[in-house]
Design a protein around this ligand. Structure first.
Ligand SMILES: Cc1cc2nc3c(=O)[nH]c(=O)nc-3n(C[C@H](O)[C@H](O)[C@H](O)COP(=O)(O)OP(=O)(O)OC[C@H]3O[C@@H](n4cnc5c(N)ncnc54)[C@H](O)[C@@H]3O)c2cc1C
Length: 425
């Protein structure tokens, strides 16, 4: 067996693992990232696409935001659509100047992999059979196979960034943690279509046939979702049927219509809320989907992953600089405050916008809530505050070097709702 050593062993090269490696590298902390898929696979895995303002600021401030600044689409509002018409919520006005940016998760992954390679950091793809050992000691170890060789990686700390189906969470003894979970009686059928968007902001549609979401990934590509049954058979959905259903749920009495195009990808994603508590055990720290899942309605999953690793990187900086463990000890508690806010918001958006089968009482409540949100500035402001996102962590934030902060916030003033497809300069 080959033995190696590093300060932080990171399992998973999704947004959480790659960003943690990047932030720690900037602080002079050595890491090894293990990923069981190929580089090509992770760089083309289409998932989330909405970045909160604080996530954008962090990526830009730490030097991995150049392409994001060029190609990301700044959005200042969203639309809620119900009863045959749309209602725009001006997120920027309602939140005191913040906005969101649409930039595909796979693009962030590509940018972070490029930065990792440029920094000559270790990033091992297609590792097999990762196992965790001695996580409750000061010398935790990871074992895995790579190119037929058994490797043992001795670490000071292990970061479990391996998503919901990874192996790290199960290295915590069941008696040391509690699980909080909610399942929903529906799923999302998502498509990526080669069709220029006919709208420059996201549309959340509440419809008697079920929820639909209109979003985009670039000026040429739309990303659309339909509420479907949790066990939906994708084979039953021809392209024709998907478009028919999208037209029915998204079109309004005001004449807006959807542009069709070749469907490049389709898939069904289950909806779930899940939190494990605490998200740390001994020298094992979970981050992102490994620790918590939200239904995608609030666009929070990737943003939570980013916030977790930001908090963890600061705690590890203090730990490796002076041996101080206060921030590390508080890691779980610090992250979970933000996680539960996002859990609530995601559950609330999901509950307000989806059709619950055979529940007329719920439908009356939903209409009342939707009317309230679009008519009450206070209710709208609450939605906007949560949607654009809360600070990454409590207390003052140090996003990066002053030098790197050059473009922070500068994009806020560069676009208005009336300019179509405003991109960062
Ligand atoms: C199918 C799917 C669709 C989604 N769609 C949306 C969406 O449309 N909108 C939205 O807002 N959010 C969406 N999300 C949520 C969002 O994408 C996640 O919150 C985000 O990916 C979290 O990042 P992460 O780094 O924590 O986990 P992940 O991105 O899951 O990364 C974990 C990484 O660990 C690797 N890994 C797993 N097990 C091992 C192992 N044993 N050894 C080594 N490596 C391992 C995985 O291959 C992966 O690269 C979706 C999530 C999923 C799963």
């Amino acid at each position: 067996m080959i033995r190696k050593r590093t300060q932080v062993g990171i399992v998973g090269a999704g947004p959480a693992g790659l960003l943690l490696g990047h932030l720690l590298h900037r602080q002079g902390i050595e890491t090894v990232i293990l990923e069981n898929r190929s580089r090509d696979y992770v760089e083309h895995r289409v998932r989330a696409g909405v970045l909160e303002q604080a996530s954008v600021d962090l990526l830009v401030a730490t030097g991995v935001g150049d392409r994001l600044l060029r190609e990301g689409l700044v959005h200042h509002g969203i639309e809620l659509r119900f009863g045959g018409r749309g209602y725009r919520l001006d997120l920027t006005k309602l939140s005191g100047g913040k906005s969101i940016v649409v930039y595909g998760q796979q693009e962030i992954v590509k940018d972070l992999i490029e930065a990792r390679i440029a920094a000559e950091g270790e990033l091992l793809f297609e590792v097999e059979s990762v196992t965790l050992h001695d996580v409750d000691t000061s010398s935790p170890r990871l074992r895995f196979r790579l190119n037929g060789e058994e490797i043992e990686l001795c670490c000071d700390v292990i970061a479990g960034c391996d998503g919901f189906h990874g192996v790290c969470r199960s290295a915590m003894p069941v008696e040391a943690c509690s699980i909080f979970e909610r399942a929903y009686p529906f799923a999302w059928l998502g498509i990526l279509a080669q069709a220029a968007p006919t709208r420059d902001e996201l549309i959340y549609a509440y419809h008697e046939r079920g929820f639909a979401l209109y979003s985009m990934r670039s000026p040429q590509i739309t990303r659309l979702y339909l509420q479907v049954a949790p066990d939906e058979d994708l084979a039953a959905w021809s392209d024709d049927r998907i478009w028919r259903e999208l037209h029915a749920r998204l079109e309004t009495d005001e004449g807006w219509s959807l542009r069709e195009g070749p469907i490049l990808e389709k898939g069904v994603t289950g909806m779930r809320s899940f939190v494990v508590e605490p998200i740390q055990y001994g020298r094992l720290f979970l981050a992102g989907d490994a620790a918590h899942i939200v239904p995608p309605t609030g666009a929070k999953g990737m943003n939570l992953a980013i916030a977790d690793v930001y908090v963890l990187s600061r705690a590890l900086r203090a730990f490796f600089a002076s041996g101080e463990t206060d921030l590390l000890d508080a890691y779980s508690e610090t992250c979970l405050q933000r996680v539960w806010r996002a859990e609530h918001f995601s559950w609330w958006m999901t509950s307000m916008l989806h059709r619950f089968p055979d529940d007329p009482f719920q439908q009356k409540l939903q209409r009342s809530q939707l009317d309230y949100v679009v008519n009450s500035p206070v209710a709208a402001a609450s939605l906007a505050e949560n949607y654009v996102g809360l600070p990454l962590s409590p207390g003052p934030e140090t996003l990066g070097d002053a030098h790197d902060a050059r473009s922070l916030f500068s994009y806020q003033r560069q676009s208005t709702r009336d300019e179509a497809w405003v991109v960062f300069k």
